[in-house]
Design a protein around this ligand. Structure first.
Ligand code: MG
Length: 408
């Protein structure tokens, strides 16, 4: 059985860092969090390069561990070739969904959690000095949480030619919720608060609540959350109304549709009651004993005419569904963080990933990073830079963000 997965993801610079060195990937069936390190802009380069290499390798069909090893090689090579990036590295916690199984790879101190039946379980081990000491029994969880060396990693991606990457699988059930997060979330936010936030029905709400809670606890580091909620797939043939609310579409990824195309097509078909205008008419045509009034109608059975109209209607809806799914696939591809622009979110400047456009209810972009700089504070020239919504690569969008003073 293929479970349907709904996702929500958000990254935030936090309250004390000058840049966001976290990167997340939402490219169903792959989901990942990377937390870069290395000073200056090297951490950002490491996490971005690892995420992009991983996503490309998985898209090529490579097994997840092989894709992670390729990401390790890419980061290590860049660090070796460029003295500005010497010594950089990143954490990586990633899952690929296949049927009802989650295949994980993990290295570093980002975390994977599973909420099942109200109980929260940490699936990954922290590859940090204090994490090793906790597992050895030399330190308690409480002591580790405030240990001055808690950020020192014992393993990371990109710092050695060959990385020791953990690999494990988890059988998933309907009702399960997965969280991938950076230490900027798992550090300041208590397990109880994580459990409570993951209980929210909407994964986007859960991610936003977790980010807000980390900020409320001081936001000492960059904060990233990828939330996945698993549900039973809808039975084929079941007629339902559009199941994806607009604000969920704003994540620009609808994993359940990508992962279960048959069910997705069913889910997109409106119920007959909601087909506009012609539906009542056609429904009447199909009703037995109500043949059209035309002359000779009594000699012509009504039944043969109805399938023809019905078939045309199905074809029309099929075309709509196929167009919609194409847009969904396109939007999904965008969330690998390859295209960015600066826009305004609630009056403040933000970096968006994707295109500044919408396809019906589906927004082809999502907020990637928010700043606290109000649009109103910009001069005319700077406003023009925002208003034109030009598309950028990861590197050039950060340069534009710097020009606009989005981060101190
Ligand atoms: Mg961090």
């Amino acid at each position: 059985m293929t479970l349907a997965a709904r996702s929500g993801a958000l990254s935030d610079i936090g309250l004390h860092r000058k840049a966001n060195e976290d990167t997340f990937v939402v490219a169903p069936p792959l989901y990942a969090v990377c937390d870069g390190m290395g000073g200056a802009q090297a951490g950002e380069v490491a996490s971005g390069l690892a995420a992009e290499t991983l996503a490309a390798a998985v898209a090529e069909g490579r097994p997840l561990l092989a894709a992670a090893e390729r990401a390790n090689a890419a980061v290590f090579r860049r660090a070796s070739e460029d003295s500005d990036h010497s010594g950089m590295g990143t954490t990586l916690t990633a899952v690929v969904l296949a049927g009802d199984t989650g295949h994980f790879v993990h290295i570093g101190d980002s975390r994977a959690y599973l909420l099942r039946s109200g109980a929260l379980e940490q699936l990954s081990d922290d590859h940090s000095l204090v994490g090793e000491m906790v597992r050895d029994g030399r330190l308690s969880e409480e002591e580790a949480a405030s240990h001055p060396h808690r950020s020192i990693l014992s393993r990371a991606l990109g710092t050695e030619p060959l990385a020791r990457i953990d690999e494990f699988e988890v059988d998933l059930c309907a009702g399960d919720v997965l969280l991938l997060c950076s230490d900027g979330l798992s550090g300041p936010v208590s397990a109880a608060a994580i459990r409570k936030a993951l209980g929210r029905a909407d994964p986007d709400d859960a991610a936003a609540k977790l980010i807000a809670e980390a900020r409320r606890q001081g936001g000492p580091d960059n904060i990233t959350a990828v939330v996945l909620r698993f549900e039973e797939p809808r039975p084929a043939g079941e007629e339902v109304t559009l199941v994806v609310p607009a604000d969920e579409a704003a994540t620009a990824v609808l994993p359940a549709r990508d992962e279960a195309p048959d069910e997705a097509a069913t889910a997109l078909l409106p119920s007959r009651d909601e087909v506009p205008d012609e539906a009542p008419h056609e429904a009447r045509d199909e009703a037995p004993g109500e043949a059209p009034d035309e002359e000779g109608a009594a000699d012509v059975p009504a039944a043969p005419a109805a399938p023809s109209r019905s078939a045309k209607r199905r074809l029309r809806w099929l075309a709509v569904v196929l167009t919609f799914l194409t847009a969904v696939a396109f939007a999904g591809a965008l969330t690998v963080s390859t295209v960015f622009y600066v826009g305004v979110d609630d009056g403040r400047l933000a970096i968006y990933s994707g295109l500044p456009a919408a396809f019906g209810p589906l927004q082809l972009h999502a907020v990637y990073r928010r700043s606290s700089v109000p649009y109103e504070s910009l001069g005319p020239a700077e406003r023009r830079l925002v208003d034109e919504q030009g598309l950028h690569t990861r590197g050039s969008i950060m340069a534009l963000a710097g020009t606009l003073g989005m981060w101190p």
